[in-house]
Design a protein around this ligand. Structure first.
Ligand SMILES: Cc1cc2nc3c(=O)[nH]c(=O)nc-3n(C[C@H](O)[C@H](O)[C@H](O)COP(=O)(O)O)c2cc1C
Length: 110
C-alpha cells in the first residue's frame, strides 16, 4: 500500500462522479494484474466506491484469481460483477464473449 511500489504512468484525469459503472480491461502479468493498471487503480480505486465494476482479464493461459484479488484490494468498496476471462486462444471469439458477458451482467446499455 505504498505509492512508490507502483510504476509511474502518465496522468489520467477522470471524473468518476459521472459514472455508475466502470469496466476495467487488463492483461494478466505473472498471475497478477498488469502493473500499470494497478498504478491507475491505486490512485483511482477509492473514487469507484459503490460503483458497479466489471473486470475483463486477458491471459495466455493462467487463471485470473490473482487479478481479481488485486482488483478487490485496489477497489475495496467496488460492487463487482462476475469477471470475464479471455485466453489468447479465444482471441477470435472475444467480441462475442464480451457482448454476451455485458448482457449477462447487466452492463450493456441496451
Ligand atoms: C510481463 C508479462 C507477463 C505475463 N505473464 C503471464 C502469465 O503469468 N500467465 C499467462 O497466462 N500470461 C502471461 N502473459 C501474457 C499476457 O497475459 C498476454 O500477452 C495478454 O493477456 C494479451 O494477450 P495476447 O498476447 O494474446 O494479445 C504475460 C505477459 C507479459 C507482457
Amino acid at each position: 500500500n505504498d505509492a512508490s511500489s507502483y510504476p509511474a504512468i502518465d496522468p489520467v484525469d477522470v471524473d468518476f462522479s459521472k459514472y455508475d459503472t466502470v469496466i476495467i480491461g487488463t492483461p494478466l502479468w505473472w498471475s497478477n494484474m498488469a502493473a500499470p493498471m494497478q498504478t491507475f487503480l491505486f490512485h483511482n480505486g477509492k473514487a469507484m466506491a459503490g460503483k458497479k465494476i466489471g473486470l475483463i482479464v486477458s491471459s495466455a493461459s493462467s487463471g485470473i484469481s490473482g487479478v481479481e484479488r488485486d482488483a478487490k484490494r485496489l477497489i475495496p468498496e467496488g460492487n463487482f460483477t462476475k469477471s470475464l476471462w479471455i485466453r489468447s486462444s479465444q482471441f477470435s471469439s472475444a467480441p462475442k464473449m464480451v457482448a454476451e458477458w455485458l448482457k449477462a451482467n447487466g452492463l450493456a446499455s441496451k
